[in-house]
Structure formats: C-alpha cells, structure tokens
Design a binder for this molecule. Structure first.
Ligand code: NDP
Length: 400
C-alpha cells in the first residue's frame, strides 16, 4: 500500500525524521519535507539514498499550509517545526482531513508558557471528523510517556510515583551551546520548577531542587527538578498516581553561562529597542549561539533518558527503572545528527509508522500514553532506541 508522509520542519529533528522515514520505504513509500526555507529541505534530501519531494511553507499561516497539504496529498503529517505552529498545523490537518503527529506541546510565541490545553480543545472537532492527532511523540514527551504506559499495562496494578530522569553526558567542546532550539531550551530552564503531588501542582524556584543520580554508562551527575510537558498529561492518564517529577542534568559550566545571560537580560522575551529596531533579546541570542544542527559532528558521549516507576503489583511494592542509552557519535554516523535530535526523531517516526499501518488508531486527540504501548516498545529497539529495564529495591530511595 502506497503511503505518503508530509514532514514539516527541516531542523535537527526534521533531519532525523526524514532519514528514518527514508530508511523504511515499505511504510513511507513517498516523502515530502517542507519548511520555511526550502534550501534546508534540499540539503537534507541530498544526504539520502532515495529521492524525496521538498517544498516551502509558512507554518504560521493556515491557508499556506492548506495549499501545501492539498498539493502534496499526504496520508499523515509529522510536525517537527516549532511548538508555536502546533495550532495552525492542527487546524490545517482538520480542514484537509489529514492525521497529525507532533513532538512538543503548544507554546505561546509571546508568553513563556507551554501547555496542552489549546491542543486538547481540538478534541471534539477531530472526533467529529473521525481524524487522529497524536501529541508529544518525541522522547520526553513521547518515549517517557510510553515507558509509563507500558509499565502500567504490564508490570503494575497501580503506579504511585514516577520520576523522569534525563541525562545528557555529551560534550560538544563549545563553552556554551544548547542542544535543541535555544529559545525553547532556555525558556524551559529559566521557568519555575513544578511537580504534581496528590492532585496539586507544587512550584519550586528555578533550579532550586538538586540531587545527584548515578546514571548507567554515564556516571553520577547533578540533576535538577524542572517542569516538563509530559507531566501535564501523565498526571491525568496514569491510574492511582500520587506524585510525578521530572529531572534533568546540567553542568556547572552550563548553568554559570546561563545565569550571566539571564542577569544581563539576554534570555528575556520582552522586545527592546536597538538603534531603530525592536529586537527580542532571546531571539538575538539564538542567532549568535551555535546552530544546534551544527553540534552533531562535534558531540561525543551518551544520553540516558528513562523513568523510575514505583507502585504495587499483586499486593507487593515494586520499583522499576526503564531507560535508553544513546551515543552521540553513533547517531551522527547514521543520520548526520546528534543524539538529542535522534532520540526525538526516532519515536516520532515509529509513532507515524504505527498510525500509517493502522496499529495506532482512533478518532480524536491523543497523548501517546493513551495508545497501546506494546507495539511501540517492540519496534523502538530495532528502529534505533533499544531500552533496558532494571528491577530496583523498593525500600531504597535514590532521589531523596
Ligand atoms: P530546530 O529549530 O532545529 O528546527 C525547527 C525547524 O522548523 C527549522 O527548520 C525552522 O526553519 C522550521 N520552522 C520554524 N518556523 C517555521 C514556520 N513558521 N514555517 C515553517 N517552518 C518553520 O528545532 P528542532 O529540530 O530541535 O526541534 C523541532 C521540534 O521538536 C520542536 O517543536 C521541539 O520543541 C521539538 N523537540 C521535542 C523533543 C522531545 O523529546 N519531545 C526534544 C527536542 C525537540 P528555519 O530553519 O528557517 O529556522
């Protein structure tokens, strides 16, 4: 059966998704990659062994998107441009009747706030149109949600506590650079920390909660509590949950640079007047920092992202750790991109595969933990992100 996929966004993640779709012609028989700048799509196309179509689109503009979708006639759209475009692309998919998949929840362009609410608001219209939208199918959100759903389905009667642990043990050799879109990355870190406990959100000042965690194949690292988007849906979808937190590693060096940039106003999203123009400091900063796509060939080391699930099975307490380790240099060899983009693009491609094959199906808007985790967990290893599961001592707290 001939299936055509339209990928929007030719950045780090878009490159990986395009490579991965191209590796699987049995599912993705035709591919079109579209972005703001068609030249970037052509550069990715030139890295592949099979021809793909490329196109230009302004994904902030629904009419332009509808024009492109009508022209390309895809069976599925994978959105890996920026979270600012989630609503326009979801709207265009609705108008044209094309299933949708993304990797990040909607972010307001002029407010440092990301949330699912406005995407969940499409629920009725997608249901009425008998159309499927899959939200947050990257690594975190994405793979981490699926680890939780798989744990819930196969290893627990109830999960009471979840800790999501995200470590990047990679080194790109620059004094300071962000691994994905700097604007999104910096906004995420400079916001208050937030976690969910017993039905309530609890806030902590930015980077105030710190622990040390010994990551397999990476070693002990400082981890900091952050608010992260998968908490918003997981706290609703995991039965019996009492607490969920998210932790990420940052080095001293990274945090010192960030503090200075913040103190001098460079991470602000408020426009300032510069000579005769208005500029937004964080956008200016983005233009002078290394392009995340350029970090690939320089980055060495590994990532380790996983979840600790703590709950009850057959009346006994049980704790498991499920994680993936990914090597930056191996990713670069395979798809010319570092592990951060790779670990996002591979789950997006795997989710798209399951949708196109009708294994993940439904009418409406879904977060990935609401879909069957088993076929995803079977495929994700061969697709490039093998996982491991370790039984932990339930009495031992590794994070408190
Ligand atoms: P990049 O900034 O590298 O790439 C974004 C791409 O989208 C660029 O090619 C950019 O074009 C294009 N784009 C931006 N605005 C528009 C527009 N209006 N119309 C058309 N194209 C546009 O980001 P990443 O590849 O790192 O990230 C892609 C997505 O993946 C983001 O939503 C990010 O939040 C998400 N992500 C999710 C993760 C997860 O684990 N769930 C982890 C990492 C990222 P141009 O090149 O012209 O700027």
């Amino acid at each position: 059966m001939s299936k055509k996929v339209l990928i929007i966004g030719a950045g780090g993640v878009g490159g990986v998704v395009t490579h991965k779709c191209a590796q699987h012609p049995e599912v993705f028989s035709e591919i079109c990659l579209a972005s703001r700048n068609e030249g970037k799509c052509q550069a990715i196309a030139a890295q592949l062994d099979r021809p793909i179509q490329t196109a230009q689109v302004d994904a902030d503009n629904v009419d332009d998107l509808v024009r492109l979708i009508k022209d390309v006639q895809p069976d599925l759209l994978i959105h890996v441009a920026l979270p600012y475009q989630d609503l326009t692309i979801m709207e265009a998919c609705l108008r044209t009747g094309v299933p949708y998949l993304d990797t990040a929840n909607y972010e307001h362009p002029d407010e440092a706030k990301f949330e699912y609410q406005e995407q969940w608001a499409f629920q009725e219209r997608y249901q009425e149109k008998k159309l499927m939208a899959t939200l947050g199918c990257g690594f975190d959100p994405g793979m981490t949600n699926i680890y939780c759903a798989w744990g819930q389905k196969n290893h627990f009667d109830e999960i009471h506590r979840i800790d999501i642990l995200d470590a990047n043990g990679g080194d790109h050799g620059y004094p300071f650079a962000t691994n994905f879109n700097p604007e999104i990355n910096i906004r995420e870190i400079t916001a208050n920390g937030r976690y969910w406990e017993k039905g309530q959100w609890k806030e902590t000042p930015p980077l105030s909660e710190k622990r040390v965690f010994d990551f397999p194949e990476i070693g002990p690292k400082d981890i900091y509590l952050l608010y992260h988007e998968e908490l918003e849906s997981l706290c609703q979808n995991i039965k019996g949950l009492e607490r969920i937190r998210f932790w990420m590693t940052f080095s001293e060096k990274y945090l010192t640079h960030l503090k200075v940039l913040e103190n001098v106003g460079m991470t602000s999203i408020e426009p300032v007047k510069f000579e005769d123009k208005e500029i937004i400091p964080i956008q200016f900063l983005k233009t002078i920092l290394p392009d995340p796509a350029s970090l690939g060939p320089r980055t060495k080391g590994k990532t380790n992202i996983g979840v600790i699930l703590d709950g009850v099975k057959d009346g006994k307490r049980r704790k498991i750790y499920i994680y993936n380790i990914c090597d930056h240099q191996e990713c670069y060899k395979e798809v010319q991109s570092q592990a951060i983009s790779y670990t996002t693009g591979v789950p997006a491609t795997t989710g798209a595969m399951l949708m196109l094959e009708g294994i993940w199906e439904g009418n409406g808007v879904f977060n990935v933990e609401q879909l069957d985790p088993d076929p995803f967990m079977e495929r994700i290893g061969p697709m490039g992100l093998p996982w491991q599961m370790v039984e932990l001592d339930p009495e031992k707290d590794l994070l408190d």
